[in-house]
Ligand binder design. Structure first.
Ligand code: GDP
Length: 488
């Protein structure tokens, strides 16, 4: 039977759904969610997308723009009063004028774009596109709605005992071993446990390990809730069946875990996630490749978690009325400009394989799913560099100031050629390998360790009054899948 809080939740959702429905009748609106784990490329993606649509980018595969049916696209005031506006203008200036990458997403934000276009039958129409940017860490919290504190604690502990997490969890585990779950509740003990647990999560996120599956998401992305009790709890080593004695440390942790679901997870589901029509999930697969097989396994588990999220609401929690209405989901491997174009299809194939494996558990009923490898802003060019008799396909880019490779410190001005090497064709072989994957470095290159180099955004020149267009890789394909059908 549905609990009281679930009934209240459903009532709120239905009111919201009716409002949205009314709006949509008079003013066709599409809500596009943009998500991905921290540093996956959300901010850069949205900035490039909005710039390309408002300015008119080179988007041959985005049919409505390429054929001239889009008359104009412009920004309008952000409509949701309680959500910050995506700082598009600042981000664009940083990217183009300062040639620096903009500040990353740390909270939800939104932007409204209005597109005037001509239908294929000649009629003039308008589509309102609301772009909602939110951390993927928050999305990965949705499965918590179906888990008790004890289940979550047991899963988190089990995960923390595996490689490469175990050594990172030593301090937290040491403190955990001193705790008695049945002892009287204690604020200071809880604070210390939450701090150590958060430090462990943060260490897992470090690029050397690049772990993806790290709920609760707000521990790393607290937004405006930092320090509140709802974010101050940690797993205890307790039996899954309970019960927690009244007044105990265990009961306190459990209460706060439930508060986290009430204060953070349910409102996110209700106010944001359940209102989305389309979703793009950005994935920094190259970072996981660089970190090794464990990071890839972890990414795969996170992808399964994300796919699960799109099923939530279709099954247990909310009735048919309030199902998430997302009908297209695009998974995009970002930063493809770190690879030679001959590897772009391969990157796509790898992501597709990982999703297929993840999808054996999760069937995303009713939604079309596609995969693309893209660079929202292309920071590199391609060239062939002669090495003795060999001609190596390479990429040229300007490493950001202070980057170090092979003992060389870059000044942010000098362009270098790097040899990105090939991605594996056979993912299984990679997973079963000894982990010594040289991935993005080429066996044939002598100075090959350029794989962690971050490049500056490209230098752009243009006489155009509207300023330069941003170069990209397959951004138009992403747009065609995400909104192309609504502009026909
Ligand atoms: P977010 O945390 O998902 O908002 O990630 P950002 O959009 O801020 O991107 C994080 C970092 O990834 C940026 O600072 C860039 O260094 C890099 N990045 C993002 N998109 C691209 C891209 O298209 N090409 C390249 N070369 N780097 C990118």
């Amino acid at each position: 039977m549905a609990s009281f809080s679930e009934i209240v939740e459903e009532a709120r959702l239905s009111a919201r759904a009716l409002l949205d429905y009314g709006d949509n009748l008079f003013n066709p609106t599409l809500r596009l969610g943009v998500t991905g784990l921290s540093r996956a490329g959300k901010t850069v993606f949205i900035t490039a997308l909005v710039h390309g649509l408002t300015r008119g980018g080179r988007f041959p595969v985005f049919e409505s723009l390429a054929t001239g049916r889009i008359a104009r696209a412009h920004l309008e005031p952000q409509p949701d009063d309680a959500v910050p506006r995506f700082a598009y203008e600042n981000h664009l200036r940083t990217l183009i004028e300062a040639r620096r990458w903009p500040n990353s997403t740390t909270d939800i934000s939104e932007l409204r774009l209005v597109i005037d276009y001509q239908r294929q039958n000649g009629a003039d129409r308008t589509l309102t596109l609301d772009i909602v940017d939110y951390p993927g860490e928050w999305l990965l919290d949705l499965p918590l709605l179906a888990k008790s504190y004890e289940q979550w604690a047991a899963e988190s502990l089990a995960l923390s005992r595996q490689q490469p997490r175990a050594p990172l969890a030593l301090q937290w585990h040491a403190q955990l071993a001193t705790l008695d779950a049945h002892a009287h509740e204690d604020e200071q003990v809880t604070l210390a446990a939450a701090k150590l647990f958060t430090e462990y999560l943060r260490a897992c996120r470090d690029e050397r390990f690049a772990m993806s599956l790290l709920p609760p998401g707000r521990f790393l992305m607290p937004g405006n809730l930092a320090g509140s009790p709802a974010l101050t709890f940690a797993p205890l080593d307790v039996p899954v069946e309970g019960p927690a004695p009244e007044g105990s440390l265990w009961a306190m942790m459990r209460r706060r875990y439930e508060a986290y679901k009430d204060v953070v997870v349910r409102p996110f589901f209700r106010d944001h996630f359940s209102r989305l029509d389309r979703q793009i999930v950005l994935v920094d697969a190259l970072a996981a490749f660089n970190a090794g097989p464990e990071a890839l396994h972890d990414l795969e588990a996170a992808l399964a978690g994300i796919l699960d999220c799109f099923r939530i609401g279709r099954a247990t929690f909310f009735s048919a009325l309030f199902r998430p209405r997302i009908d297209r989901i695009l998974f995009a491997a970002t930063k493809a400009d770190h690879l030679h174009h001959s590897s772009h299809d391969r990157l796509e194939a790898i992501l597709r394989r990982m999703l297929d494996r993840a999808a054996t558990r999760a069937e995303v009923a009713g939604a079309a799913v596609d995969v693309v490898a893209l660079a929202a802003v292309r920071a590199t060019r391609e060239a062939t560099v002669a090495r003795g008799r060999d001609k190596l396909p390479s990429i040229l880019g300007t490493p950001v100031n202070g980057e170090v490779a092979n003992g060389e410190i870059f000044d942010g001005e000098t362009e270098v050629a790097t040899f990105p090497g090939d991605l594996p064709v056979d993912l299984d072989a990679f997973f079963s390998s000894d982990g010594a994957f040289r991935g993005l470095t080429s066996a044939s290159a002598e100075k090959a360790d350029f794989r962690f180099l971050r490049f500056r955004p490209p230098l752009l020149a243009s006489d155009d009054a509207e300023g330069p267009a941003l170069p990209h890789i397959r951004l138009d394909r992403a747009l065609q899948f995400l909104i192309g059908d609504r502009l026909q």
